[in-house]
Design a protein around this ligand. Structure first.
Ligand code: 3EB
Length: 348
């Protein structure tokens, strides 16, 4: 197996967990409030400035591991590592370095520039296919100069997709976009030699087709992607919320939003399974990251979940702001299946 996720690690015993495999780490994410972030890492590491409600640890680490030693590089705010067929990178840009200008905002410009640098890197590394993007920004729901910051981000993101002739519909990466407790615009991304297979949700309007009531430019992401490192079939499910069609449902109803989000993930799984070539993906095998707007809601989410996704599912809870003010929860997920000649499954 080529690519694996080591989840819910303590930063204090990484060396023991890695057991000499440091060279094979593609990168990772560290979830911790700013004051708790002190470690330096030898790989691109997304620092998610967020609290972990309900955990004894004050920070946790997740690592992406390849099965061969990686090459790395660094340029202008961007760090990356790659194996032969997969690249993981993190770019952090400080909005204050983008002077205000007519017709734009510092966040819009920083977002466009971040994606430009990502696309340039992927082109030069000849791993052009963007699979999965994790977007985090401060004050995501705040309005500046008459436009919500999430909407400013969406303009910059779409501009770069169009500028690099990548298309803003159809074959676009899985993603999430959340508000965190300050810091720079932070974008982590995974890309590969092979194209991702996008998966949409028949219960939802594709995000890239959202009407303009959600902002002047649509968000660019697919509901999920299937990707194919050698010998593997991986499913990345984007941040998924209580949205049916394009509208928020169950406003103010936490458990209702929880159920609807899982119903959406279930519908995405059904779609993915129509396209998948390994065994069917099921809710109980997924690794989840669940973003909760209000940490005080954790207990009720925890109570509702087992009946929805199964008792054995792996879950990390993160306090973060969801990109619509009426959304209380957003859920993303990951799973990996082996795929190979032994299963009678052709390489894609
Ligand atoms: C939604 O379905 C909820 O802007 O990259 C989910 C996943 C959401 C990704 C993004 C936004 C993004 O519209 C929000």
């Amino acid at each position: 197996m080529n690519l694996s996720l080591l989840s819910s690690l303590s930063v204090h015993n990484l060396a023991a967990v890695l057991d000499g495999r440091q060279d094979c780490v593609l990168g990772g994410s560290l979830i911790a409030l700013p004051a708790k972030v002190t470690e330096a890492f030898a790989w691109p590491q997304q620092r998610l400035r967020a609290a972990l409600p309900g955990l004894a640890e004050d920070s946790i680490n997740e690592l992406w591991l390849a099965d061969t030693p990686c090459q790395s590089g660094e340029s202008a705010g961007l760090r990356w590592r790659r194996s032969a067929s997969v690249l993981f990178g993190v770019i952090e840009l400080d909005e204050s370095e983008f002077p205000p200008r007519e017709g734009s905002s510092p966040l819009q410009d920083a977002s466009a520039e971040a994606y430009r640098r990502i696309f340039s890197l992927l082109d030069s590394q000849q791993l052009p296919h963007l699979w999965r993007v994790w977007n985090y920004l401060a004050e995501i729901n705040a309005e500046t100069a008459g436009l919500e910051r999430y909407r400013q981000f969406n303009i910059g993101r779409q501009d770069s997709f169009l500028e690099f002739r990548r298309g803003a519909t159809g074959n676009v990466p899985a993603a999430c976009a959340l508000g965190v407790a300050g810091g720079p615009l932070s974008i982590a991304f995974m890309a590969g030699a092979h194209p991702a297979v996008p998966v949409e949700n028949p219960r939802q309007v594709s995000a890239y087709n959202y009407p303009t009531e959600y902002g002047p430019r649509s968000p660019i992401f697919s509901r999920a992607v299937l990707v194919y490192p050698p010998g593997q079939e991986i499913l990345f499910i984007s941040g998924t919320a209580s949205i049916v069609g394009h509208q928020t449902v169950h406003p103010g109803d936490l458990v209702g939003q929880c159920r609807e989000s899982v119903a959406n993930i279930s519908a995405v799984l059904d779609e993915a399974n129509r396209l998948a070539c390994s065994a069917p993906f099921v809710l109980s095998e997924l690794s989840y990251r669940i973003y909760i707007r209000h940490a005080a809601d954790l207990a009720r989410v925890r109570d509702a979940l087992p009946a929805l996704i199964g008792v054995e599912a792996a879950v990390v809870f993160v306090q973060a702001d969801i990109c619509r003010l009426d959304l209380l929860i957003e859920i993303e997920a990951f799973a990996s299946h082996p795929r190979g000649v032994a299963d009678g499954q052709p390489e894609k």
